[in-house]
Design a protein around this ligand. Structure first.
Ligand SMILES: [Mn+2]
Length: 543
């Protein structure tokens, strides 16, 4: 699946272009989904609601996790399965280990060929507790009489004369007897109500003994195997739960980072490790060889092309495309990619262009969200970054929106939705978008907010001024400025503190009054910063 996302601290252009780009990839038959790298601002939420689009989910990182590895997914055993079944399944799957799971899928242990071999050598000689089904299956036996489903007892190979047998070892209700066609021994075992009688060699026994066994309700089965093979196999009838390893298992969650898993595996003497989902249910087995080629996350970046502004772990992902309108950043790729970068007002203009070039007409809601991104980034086509291409694209997109759509009214409502200062502290307002600019020996700090009408700023003017003065003193800037850029009156009002007298007058040709309004002043980057730096530089030369 392709992850499509804009920059951290997403604005409406980032959210909208990611949504539309993911839609475009899906329209082309890819699996793609839009994400965001942080909280969506109120303006973005307004646009999403307006066009009935859900907020994209938050993406924290794109490092490959265990799910991105092609690990083994062998079918698990259940704890009651016989050791012989475990042995056969291990061989069939050419697996190093198999999982043993509870009915709810939770991992209860693992079993390897080594555990099976150790189980045989450690077998306490004669005690066996298992199911009749396991016995029948392992010994390929036929049931002559079944009186129970589970079998527990001491295994006895009846290789002696009956008298020796009675002498040496008594047969009782907790004895599993392996015997051939020795009728007197068989009669004796039935009389003693043995736990189970296994007749070897596939031999037929007299009807009288069989009848007697049924009347006495003694369990009796017949195996085609001879006594040697039967005795040799009987330990493997035990349930796998007896030999599985359940303590100190090193296992991984599907969501574990591949790099973490690699580290853990390097420090372990084991070679294969069970993988579970978040609730402990078995998923598969991970071995060192699976780490060689992790499948990377496939990503498309919109509205940014720098690592610092992007998702964590981007260097471990594969970038398929970048669509952006910012300066060239530092992103490096190993493979060729689609790279669209043009100096237009909004990434949404570029995404809209990609869609239109492909001859596809987006549905109303996609057209609407693209348009919202353009209005937002170009400040309703007032920002100096606006191009003819943004305007043309907006006209096309407006024509695709259902119902009676008024671009001018919508633009006003959208911009206003993003500017409310309600419920925010002055500190939060001040530092929401505070940028520091430095050159050789000069530093200025400028905070910018956008408003739709300056009333909300005027009522906070004293607190704002205090914030400016405090920041100026603490950070030692040459100038500290708060600019409230009003989209309604197309200008900015300034609160400031500077060590250079007359700086505001020199820079913007207005009177030195706190809250002074500068008509046409909209761009911090293009208008405010260069003038401030220039005037500070000039005043240094004079002194
Ligand atoms: Mn943008």
């Amino acid at each position: 699946m392709i992850h499509v996302f804009g920059h951290k601290n997403p604005d409406t252009d980032s959210i909208a272009s990611a949504i539309a780009m993911a839609w475009f990839k899906r329209a082309q038959g890819h699996e793609a989904m839009a994400f965001r790298l942080g909280d969506a601002a109120s303006e973005s939420r307004f646009a999403l609601t307006q066009f009935g689009i859900e907020l994209p989910p938050l993406l924290r990182e794109v490092r490959p996790d265990v799910r991105h590895l092609e690990f083994d997914r062998h079918a698990p055993l259940s704890p009651q399965d016989s050791i012989l079944t475990a042995y056969r399944n291990l061989g069939d799957a050419s697996a190093k280990a198999l999982a043993v799971t509870e009915p709810d899928g939770k991992l209860s242990g693992i079993v390897t060929m080594k555990d099976i071999a150790m189980g045989f050598f450690n077998w306490k000689g004669d005690l066996l507790k298992t199911t009749l089904a396991n016995m029948v299956d392992s010994l390929e036996a036929q049931i002559l009489h079944a009186s129970c489903t589970s079998i527990e007892g001491r295994v006895l190979v009846a290789a002696f004369y009956k008298d020796t047998l009675i002498d040496r070892s008594s047969i009782d209700e907790s004895t599993i007897v392996i015997v051939g066609d020795r009728y007197d021994v068989l009669e004796h075992a039935v009389r003693q109500k043995a736990a189970l009688i296994i007749i070897t060699g596939g031999l037929t026994i007299p009807g009288k003994i069989l009848r007697h066994a049924r009347e006495s309700d003694v369990c009796m089965i017949r195996t085609p195997y001879d006594t040697l093979k039967t005795a040799r196999l009987i330990a493997s009838c035990a349930p796998v739960s007896e030999i599985m390893v359940r303590e100190n298992l090193t296992s991984f969650y599907e969501h574990d980072d591949v790099s973490e898993a690699r580290e853990v595996m390097a420090g372990s003497r084991h070679t294969t490790f069970p993988v579970t989902d978040a609730s402990g249910r078995y998923v598969g087995f991970l071995s060192r060889r699976h780490l060689l080629r992790p499948n990377k996350h496939l990503v498309i970046l919109v509205d940014h092309n720098e690592y610092a502004q992007s998702v964590d772990g981007l260097k471990e992902a594969e970038i398929l495309a970048i669509v952006d309108h910012h300066k060239l950043g530092d992103v490096v790729t190993n493979r060729p990619l689609t790279f669209v970068c043009r100096p237009v007002g909004s990434t949404c203009t570029l995404v809209g262009d990609l869609i239109r070039e492909e001859g596809i007409v987006p549905p109303s809601n996609i057209a609407g969200i693209l348009l919202s991104g353009i209005i937002s980034d170009t400040l309703n086509f007032q920002s100096p970054t606006t191009t003819e291409e943004d305007r043309t694209m907006a006209v096309w997109l407006s024509s695709l929106i259902d119902g009676s759509f008024d671009l001018e009214n919508y633009a006003k409502a959208l911009l206003k939705s993003g500017t409310s200062l309600e419920g925010q502290t002055v500190e939060a307002i001040f530092f929401k978008d505070f940028k520091i600019f430095r050159d050789a020996d000069t530093s200025v700090g400028v905070s910018q907010i956008f408003t739709y009408g300056l009333e909300e700023v005027e009522v906070r003017k004293e607190a704002i001024l205090e914030m400016v003065q405090k920041t100026h003193k603490e950070q030692g800037f040459d100038a500290t400025v708060f600019m409230a850029t009003d989209l309604l009156s197309q200008g900015s009002c300034l609160y400031y503190k500077s060590n250079i007298s007359g700086l505001i007058t020199k820079s913007f040709e207005v009177d030195e009054i706190q809250g002074v309004f500068v008509a046409g002043l909209l761009s911090r980057k293009k208008q405010v910063i260069p003038r401030l730096l220039e005037e500070i530089g000039l005043s240094r030369q004079m002194s």
